[in-house]
Design a binder for this molecule. Structure first.
Ligand SMILES: Cc1ncc(COP(=O)(O)O)c(C=O)c1O
Length: 373
């Protein structure tokens, strides 16, 4: 074995450099650690990047969803239609608003909510639809936007994994209220953090109020809010990260295309591995590069690990089957596509630090891992 073959290829690697460190030190020296000019600058930059009129920075992606839902009028007694195949925060954020998540099964080709099944789930209590742009690939925003318009429903996008993803040339987060996360494994980071993007002046105004204890003027509280604010330390990191985001997204797209090609060249039994596809005209930014392995997914993952290839399963249990969801009465139904995806998906490393040689090594390792079962 050569040295490169023994280097472990991790599934994620946050990229933070000297400029981020200096930016944080500058904020510390300035004495303005919160509600300062760095947060405003970050909001301006991010809104510009998404192509939205407003951006409101908060302290996590979870906070972004809660604030965006509340600013969109979601409250106790309402229902929000969403995907069962996501991180739990998609659903718990709805519950935190006093509303009920209503799960609609996914389209097996893009792992996102299937628009053809949405209308059957609409009731008089439905207030909003919240698609998730899973793995960095946009949900079908034309179909979902049309349903929202026809039924007078709010549109909130869980874009936590989709910084720079596009639906037919338009960035996600510019359709409804976009909710992004800056957790360290995401396509860009602020340590912890989140942001809401919107073209709706009123949603932006209410988001600013709700993230700051519901006060429009100091100590006058006309709305219910909590402290969801981003620090200027986090925003300063975000300002620097914005300079790199496009190059990092390009690197992910390059790595994903190369891995698709290498896997297509392998001699594997038919149907043993399905590689990800990107809808014509869209831009998938590959927060995760996700294959399907219908037979012995966990064994394949174990064998990859043994030869130094990291991987992960997003997600092994769909939200509607999570014990807490069943216990709270939000789960337990049958959603076969989400359940099948949970048993088959495996995410492989394509983050910007992965080299071409490593991509080739991942494909070779995958062939052996699949055949070695
Ligand atoms: C789809 C999805 N929604 C919501 C979140 C919550 O974001 P955060 O971890 O920043 O609170 C995440 C991130 O982990 C996510 O992947």
């Amino acid at each position: 074995m050569t040295t490169t073959q023994t280097t472990f290829i991790s599934i994620a690697k946050p990229l933070v450099g000297e400029e981020e460190k200096q930016a944080v030190l500058d904020v510390l020296d300035s004495g303005q650690l919160a509600q300062g000019s760095r947060t405003e600058e970050f909001e301006r930059l991010f809104a510009g990047y998404i192509g939205a009129r407003h951006a409101v920075a908060v302290n996590s992606g979870t906070a972004a969803i809660i604030v965006a839902l509340q600013a969109s009028g979601v409250g106790p007694g309402d229902e929000v239609i969403t995907s069962p195949f996501s991180f739990i925060a998609t659903a718990t954020s709805i519950i935190a608003c006093g509303a009920t998540p209503v799960f609609v099964d996914i389209d097996p080709t893009d792992f996102n909510i299937d628009p053809a099944r949405i209308e059957a789930a609409i009731t008089p209590r439905t207030k909003a639809i919240m698609p998730v742009h899973l793995y960095g690939q946009s949900a079908d925003m034309a179909a979902i936007g049309e349903i929202c318009q026809r039924h007078g429903l709010a549109l909130v996008e869980d874009a936590a994994q989709a910084h720079g993803a596009e639906f037919q040339g338009r960035r996600v987060g510019s359709f409804g209220a976009g909710c992004f996360s800056f957790y360290p494994t995401k396509n860009m980071t602020t340590g912890e953090g989140g942001i809401i993007t919107t073209n709706d002046d009123e949603v932006a105004r209410l988001s600013r109020i709700i993230r700051n204890h519901g006060q429009e003027r100091r100590y006058y509280h006309e709305h219910f809010g909590l402290n969801w604010r981003m620090t200027d330390l986090a925003a300063a990191i975000g300002v620097v990260q914005m300079k790199h985001l496009e190059a990092w997204n390009q690197a992910r797209i390059h790595n994903a295309a190369r891995l698709n090609e290498r896997i297509s060249e392998l001699e594997l039994p038919t149907g043993a591995v399905t590689t990800p596809t990107t809808r014509q005209g869209d831009r998938h930014v590959f927060h995760q590069y996700t294959i399907r392995i219908p037979r012995d997914r966990d064994g394949v993952q174990q064998r990859l690990q043994e030869v130094g290839v990291g991987s992960s399963v997003h997600y092994p249990i769909p939200i509607h089957q999570q014990p807490i969801m069943v216990k709270m009465g939000h789960g337990g139904m049958s959603l076969p596509e989400a359940e099948r995806a949970a048993s088959e998906v495996l995410c492989l490393p394509v983050h910007p630090s992965v080299t071409d040689k490593e991509i080739d090594r991942i494909a070779v390792a995958l062939e052996r891992a699949v055949k070695g079962g």
